[in-house]
Design a protein around this ligand. Structure first.
Ligand code: CTP
Length: 421
């Protein structure tokens, strides 16, 4: 039998040199983590395992340290030597932290910041991307508290590798099986390939509603929460872009510290900030729900009722930010608009593409359940300038953000851009 010599393989080690912290919490799916670890090491990754005390009941640290070639971290201290294990340096060392399996209890601790073991403490110190692969029984998975925690983790920027359905360790059958190690590895590879595909790009995003003042205590606004625009900002920043986020009044905070946020109140203020950032932008995404009109006058003092049965507020037109930027657009700049419609969705979306000189329109319909304002999900159809129409299923807003950015990069032909990380 012929032996293949080292280096003779055509297989490219996608994860070569990547530092991955593999967190293992206490569930029966921990046995699958051994295969996951083996696959990661075979792909060239350097893996440091952090295990919870319950995790050790399911899988022995000897197996894990033999495969990873690093001592497994579980306790804050080594009892006989008094050596302290630094979660901070582990968090800084990692290019990625993967928690598989993530039990309901570990996810609840991650959400609330209960740092009573090395795994959660390392999570709180992790500077880079975090991915979790939940595993539990079907009733625990379906429980509202678990679902709430999953949503919160998503909002905190954590990527969820969803569990599958099938036979569970309890003997029951349903959703809760940890994703297979091969699927987790492919998600890890996807993460590393997209984590640099916007490096060097400048992105402008408008998000949220605008508030148009009537007097010092009243305004005209709308139901936009800003969640979609903020999710796009996080997605672009995590892929290496320099992001300017011009946000109307929202109660959201950004997770990625590199996002440059400019808070504004009215459409006129948003327009000024957006036009400034657009001059240097490669890409602009207009996700804000901008008020089309504003009161012609803003009263200096509170308007009194004075027994009138009716009142009229004269309104004047606001600037159309997307259209103005569309006029300023130069070669190499890509603009993406949104169209939230209730009727004649496709015709209206295609019309906005033309009218605002956009390259893509992301259309969502208020007729679709789970789409539009004040939800954590969205269902979109993307219309591109060259005529393509792509429909997507209902997804979480962070997944929708990824689809939009992927489509936008495909449009720019940048998806295969060479980059080094
Ligand atoms: N937009 C904008 N400035 C405005 C109005 C809209 O930048 N003054 C942008 C939105 O951010 C969105 C797109 O234009 O990306 C479409 O917004 P929409 O409110 O759906 O469209 P309008 O042009 O206002 O048309 P209509 O209200 O008639 O649907």
């Amino acid at each position: 039998m012929k032996r293949r010599r080292n280096g003779g393989s055509k297989h490219i080690l996608m994860l070569k040199g990547k530092h991955i912290v593999l967190g293992i919490s206490g569930g029966i799916a921990a046995y699958k983590s051994v295969f996951l670890l083996r696959l990661l090491v075979k792909e060239g990754a350097e893996v440091q395992v952090v295990i919870t005390p319950n995790g050790k009941e399911f899988i022995t640290p000897v197996t894990l340290s033999a495969l990873s070639q690093h001592p497994v971290v579980c306790d804050f201290f080594t009892a006989n030597t008094g050596e302290w294990h630094s979660h901070v340096s582990l968090g800084l060392w990692a290019d990625l932290m993967v928690i598989a399996p993530a039990t309901a209890s570990t996810m609840a601790k991650m959400v609330t910041g209960v740092a009573d073991n090395m795994l959660v403490t390392t999570y709180l110190s992790a500077k880079e991307h975090v991915m979790v692969a939940p595993a539990m029984d079907l009733d625990m998975w379906a429980h509202p508290s678990t679902q709430r925690n999953i949503e919160q983790l998503r909002r905190d920027g954590v990527e969820i590798v969803m569990p599958g359905s099938g036979e569970l360790a309890s003997g029951l059958s349903g959703k809760g099986r940890m994703a297979e190690p091969e699927e987790i590895v492919s998600r890890i590879k996807e993460y590393f390939s997209r984590s640099c595909d916007m490096e060097g790009m400048k992105v402008l995003i408008t998000a949220g509603p605008t508030c148009e003042r009537i007097d010092p205590v009243r305004y005209i606004g709308n139901y936009s929460s800003g969640k979609m625009g903020f999710a796009i900002a996080e997605e672009c920043a995590s892929r290496g872009a320099e992001v300017t986020l011009v946000a109307g009044p929202v109660s959201l905070s950004t997770v990625n510290p590199s996002i440059h946020r400019v808070d504004v109140e009215s459409a006129v203020e948003m327009c000024e900030a957006a036009r400034k950032a657009f001059a240097n932008a490669d890409v602009a995404v207009f996700a804000a729900a901008v008020a089309d009109y504003r009161p012609a006058e803003t009263a200096e003092s509170k308007i009194k009722r004075e027994n009138a049965d009716e009142m009229t507020i004269r309104m004047v037109r606001n600037p159309d930010i997307a259209a103005l930027c569309g006029k300023m657009k130069r070669a190499g700049q890509t603009t993406v608009g949104f169209a939230l419609e209730t009727d004649n969705e496709r015709i209206n979306a295609a019309h906005k593409l033309e009218k605002k000189n956009l390259d893509m329109v992301v259309m969502n319909s208020l007729r679709d359940k789970g789409a539009g304002f004040r939800t954590d999900t969205n269902k979109i159809t993307i219309f591109a300038r060259e005529g393509s129409v792509t429909e997507f299923p209902l997804k979480s807003k962070s997944e929708v953000a990824r689809d939009i950015v992927d489509a936008m990069l495909r449009f720019r032909g940048n998806v295969d851009a060479e980059c080094e990380r």
